[in-house]
Design a protein. Structure first.
Length: 402
């Protein structure tokens, strides 16, 4: 099946082409004119984007389908229990009506460390897991090596560690020592894995970066305006990337801005009832600075100015932020923070693909996967146009029009 999208504005993952044609040939993007098309789509007044990549999620039953409905064609998961992950991997590998999935499997944390405080038996049952299951904690260097070996056996794509003592919100959680964090990074790198760190403060971020991690799973939430540029300059010296998750910070600090997704007919019409119900829930027990949204937003801009790649991610869960729709809110929050619309779109596509070594996606170019999002309007000038979804393709399979 060959589909030609004619006269369409293209944001190719890096830059905007005002008007061109794009040919989908099977599951790949091809050079227009190579062969005749079976179907033509009029792209006039529309913009074609690479499929969006959410750089921080946690996927359970129904989440990957919800993500794809909103043009998120790939999710990068940052913690899950192995049996649940295995089921979601099988789903993503076998079907084209759900988003693709990459994962770290379980996060490495100290015994009793974050996010152990959240993983109650009731929560585990709600997620479809064994109520007696839990994380695989790391208490010494020997356990660090065993932890990495266990994750490798699960086929992970990268490793994630937690450096979070909860102090930013008055909690007192056990935390990996710098020596254990370094041992985990060393073992991960020896196995060819990138290592991502959960941190929520600049102090914790620097501990993780000193240990050698390749990226941070969240923007730090505790740096005031007068220290933003200096902190960003220090982070830049480590040649690492940072995942944004402002929508998550908004949710865990009690912000209600996310309900605008329910008022916007472009998102509300596509959102499942389960996702809509999450806006009635309160997320508790998560360490975060009370001024987290403001501080993280300033930090995002300061990091970009310092040359640090900022990747768009939500930390989506079944309890909020929501999969799919939440990513479109993240893009809006990034532009409200001070990113241009094109910078936000790059953070959602090409930048993430480059930082995670996803060479087959995140851009629109011949030979790459036909993971694509077609929207009405111009999201390079109005970021909310990403919500006006006209069509989604995953591996060249069209999901439908709206």
């Amino acid at each position: 099946m060959r589909t030609l999208i004619r006269n369409v504005r293209v944001f190719d993952g890096e830059r905007t082409v005002p008007c061109t044609d794009v040919l989908i040939d099977g599951d790949r993007i091809a050079e227009p004119g190579e062969r005749a098309a079976d179907l033509e789509v009029d792209g006039t007044g529309r913009t074609l984007l690479p499929g969006l990549i959410d750089a921080h999620t946690h996927a359970y039953d129904g989440d990957l389908a919800e993500a794809l409905r909103f043009g998120v064609t790939t999710e990068l998961e940052m913690n899950n229990l192995p049996p649940i992950l295995a089921a979601q991997r099988r789903l993503a590998a076998g079907r084209d009506d759900v988003a693709d999935l990459r994962s770290s499997s379980m996060i490495a944390t100290a015994p009793g460390g974050h996010p152990s405080q959240l993983m109650t038996p009731d929560l585990l049952r709600a997620l479809g897991g064994d109520s007696g299951a839990g994380l695989d904690p790391v208490g010494d260097v020997g356990q660090a090596k065993a932890f990495v070996e266990a994750r490798l056996a699960e086929g992970v794509d990268y490793l994630k560690i937690a450096v979070d003592d909860g102090a930013v919100s008055g909690m007192n959680l056990p935390v990996l020592t710098p020596e254990l964090a370094a041992a985990l990074v060393e073992a991960g790198h020896a196995a060819g894995l990138k290592v991502i760190a959960h941190t929520v403060t600049a102090r914790e971020a620097l501990i993780a970066l000193d240990a050698g991690v390749d990226g941070l799973a969240h923007l730090y939430s505790d740096v005031p305006e007068e220290e933003a540029e200096a902190t960003a300059a220090r982070i830049a010296s480590y040649d690492a990337f940072v995942i944004s998750t402002i929508v998550y910070i908004e949710a865990v600090t009690g912000g209600t801005g996310g309900v605008e997704l329910l008022r916007d007919p472009r998102t509300a019409a596509r959102m499942s009832e389960r996702s809509k119900a999450t806006f009635q829930q309160e997320i508790t027990g998560v360490p975060m600075h009370s001024a987290g949204v403001v501080n993280a937003s300033r930090s995002a801009v300061a990091l970009l100015r310092a040359g640090v790649p900022v990747l768009a991610g939500t930390d989506a869960t079944p309890f909020g932020p929501v999969h799919g729709a939440g990513f479109h809110r993240e893009l809006l929050l990034l532009t409200e923070a001070g990113l241009t619309a094109e910078q936000a779109l790059a953070a959602a596509t090409g930048v993430t693909a480059r930082c995670f070594g996803l060479a087959d996606r995140g851009r629109i170019a011949p030979g790459l996967r036909a993971d694509l999002l077609l929207v009405d309007g111009d999201p390079t000038t109005d970021i909310t146009a990403t919500r006006a979804i006209a069509a989604v393709w995953r591996r060249g399979v069209r999901q439908g029009e709206h």
